[in-house]
Structure formats: structure tokens, C-alpha cells
Design a protein around this ligand. Sequence first.
Ligand code: UDP
Length: 238
Amino acid sequence: MKQEILGLQFDKVTMDEALTIGEAFLDGDHAAVVVTPNAEIGYDASKDPEFCAMLNQADLMLPDGAGVVLAAKLRKTPLKGKVAGIDFARNMLSVFARRGTRLYLLGSKPGVAEQAAEKMKELAPGLVICGTADGYFKDEAPVIEKINEAGAEALFVCLGAPKQEKFMFDHRDELKSVRLMAGLGGSLDGFAGNVKRAPDWMIKTNLEWFYRLCKEPKRIGRMMRLPKYVLKAVLAKN
Ligand code: UDP
């Protein structure tokens, strides 16, 4: 079931349901796209109909942050809860390991995807990482070719929004063996350990945004989109 918030069609799912859907994509016959908008991206999408329409083409849209969940609740059209992209990705690793799914990591600065791959293999023993590439490329064609040559079945695309979504929707038909791809922002930095996540209690109490702000005060401009998003969602007529 979908729940619309400022034009974006979020899936009303728990983490377990998202994982079941994600696993079903692996048995499909095309490259399914998972997007994970947070409030900041939701705010941008609310002002950019083209970006909004692109995101709505996704096979699964997960609410990545507390801001989206709060906006839905205040509008009295609650979602089932937050399903953060990085948490979905981490849980999918075990699914990939169990099934022998070949995972390709694309994005972040040179070297980060390799570091993330090592950490992921520790988290999900038996995981097959069939290739990695950094996210600072000029031509997309050689990147697609490498992913195809690696026989990737799952692909994490971590280029930041909207670059990663554009990449996925532009190339989904050229990615021959890929069955599941997910746009996951800075998640590879998270897996690599370059960006620490907030302590558990802050994640549970929806204060992760505050932790990130304290760590990187220059994010304040970007983060002001969160209250703007919630306010806009509450005031919106539909
Ligand atoms: N990035 C990339 N290629 C680019 C621009 C960004 O690979 O051309 C990476 C960047 O290194 C970072 C991620 O994309 O790892 C974006 O992270 P951020 O937290 O800014 O994204 P968000 O999740 O907020 O969209």
C-alpha cells in the first residue's frame, strides 16, 4: 500500500516487509529500483515535479528518516515506521549471503567502496561482492559495462540524490543481470566507518539528525529542509 506525502508515493511497510519485497525482486525478470527519500530529498522533490515523478517510478520507496515519518503522522496518514536505507541495505546483506546473490557497490570517493565491502563481508559471512567502483566518473557507459561484466544481481548506488536516482532510471534497462538496485546516498561511507552513525539511543529516539548536525555543523543549510518539509506537509491540502 502507498501513502502520498507532498507528491511522493511512499510504501507503507515495516522493515520485515521491505526485506520480503526486496528478496522477491531478486526472483523477478527486470532491475527493480528501491529509493530511500528522507525529508531533505522530499522537500527538494516537492519543489521539482520532474524529480518527484522520477522517484515515483520506483518499485519500492522507503521512508528514510524521522522527518518523513513525523510528517506522515502529523498529516494523520501515518506510515508503519522509518525504514532507513542503510538499515535496509544492512539487512539485505544477509539475504544476499544466504542466496549467493552477487552484489556490486558503486559510489563514494575512491577506496571507500572497497573498505565498505570488507566490512559488509564481516557483517554477512559468505557475502559475494562481485565488484566495486567509485562515484566520481565522467562517462556512465564504461561503468555500466563493468557492472554487466561482473554479473551483478544486486547493485547499491551511492552517488547522492538526485544523481543516483537518475543513474538508476536512465540505465535500468541496460543492466542485464541486475534484479535489485537501491539508491543509498552516503551509506558506503557509513559501512566503511568513515561516517559514524549516532548512538543507538539517539537513533531510537529519532535524534540521529541532531547527532549529524553536531558532527557536521555545515549541514545546517541542508538540514533546514527538514522542518520546512514537515511544515509544508502539515499545511498542504492534499
Ligand atoms: N558522491 C559520489 N559521486 C558524486 C557525488 C557524491 O559518489 O558525484 C557520493 C559522496 O562521496 C557520498 C554520497 O555520494 O558518499 C552522498 O552522500 P550524502 O550523505 O551527501 O547523500 P545524501 O544521502 O544526503 O543524498
